[in-house]
Design a protein. Structure first.
Length: 276
């Protein structure tokens, strides 16, 4: 697997590419995480596919920037990789921010995609966006409060294992998170995604922006928890519209982090999507 870089608006964007022969699968991650958190997909399927794991600006090994106003900034980074690698007939897998960004990319150019697997994509309602504008976006507020200095990776492991959201993660995924979402600093280690970048991403969904996500013209599988905080069933339904072969899977007892807690859900759904 090769680490590659490209320049997008003078920002270094980094991604992993297996350069394998066969169908190409491009993976786009959630806000605050990295593409390497989904390497379990490659470990399971190996070189059956060509895998591209994209680190968005401000994540993993890609350079941060605060020079953006909406999530087109991230969908355009997907296009930058597609254009550089001359990709066609792609299967896109996106979690949260990554799912929303792949949706935007497919709206702009559905011809480059064969199918999409969207894992609790962040498709907020206009009501939630408006309330965030009035009272403050809770996800952005929490992001700005994140601790951002640690003495060692061992300390990071001990600290983060105490947090409820990490306690149920599959062990190899948690290790991939530790190894890819923190970088060395003068005092030890810090978050690869600066808190101010994560916060701005949460704050950069303008009112009425979610209207762009309706009626994708690509075969799409959407997986959402029953109690999703970022993608309601009605939002998922608007996303897929009536496109042939598209469907929604509702998980009764999972949460937004199911791709990290139960990777087998993603693996099984990907098998279903590509073998139909």
């Amino acid at each position: 697997m090769l680490r590659k870089n490209l320049s997008y608006k003078s920002i270094k964007i980094s991604y992993l590419d297996t350069e394998s022969t066969g169908e190409c699968i491009l993976v786009a991650h959630a806000n605050g995480y990295s593409a390497s958190c989904y390497l379990y997909l490659y470990r399971f399927f190996k070189d059956k596919f060509r895998w591209i794991f994209l680190d968005f600006s401000g994540h993993g090994q890609s350079e941060p920037s605060l020079d953006f106003s909406n999530w087109n900034f991230f969908s355009d980074q997907i296009f930058s990789v597609v254009q550089k690698e001359n990709l066609k007939n792609i299967v896109g897998i996106g979690h949260s921010l990554g799912g929303a960004s792949l949706s935007l990319a497919s709206k702009k150019d559905p011809e480059i995609f064969k199918a999409l697997l969207l894992l609790d994509p962040t498709i907020l309602s206009n009501t939630i966006i408006l309330l965030g504008m009035i009272f403050g976006n809770r996800m952005a507020i929490d992001a700005n409060k994140r601790r951002n200095q640690f003495s060692s990776l061992e300390q990071i492991k001990k600290v983060f294992k105490r947090f409820p959201i990490f306690s149920s993660w599959e062990e190899s995924v948690f290790n991939d998170y530790i190894n890819s979402c923190f970088v060395q600093s003068k005092e030890g280690y810090k978050l690869a995604c600066p808190p101010e970048v994560e916060a701005k991403i949460f704050n950069s969904v303008p009112l009425f922006f979610p209207n762009q996500y309706k009626n994708l013209k690509v075969k799409t599988s959407v997986i959402i928890p029953k109690k999703s905080n970022v993608c309601s069933y009605s939002a998922a339904k608007k996303l897929i519209g009536n496109y042939p072969g598209s469907y929604i899977t509702v998980l009764e007892n999972e949460n937004h982090f199911f791709p990290f807690e139960k990777p087998e859900i993603v693996i099984n759904q990907l098998n279903l999507l590509i073998n139909e």
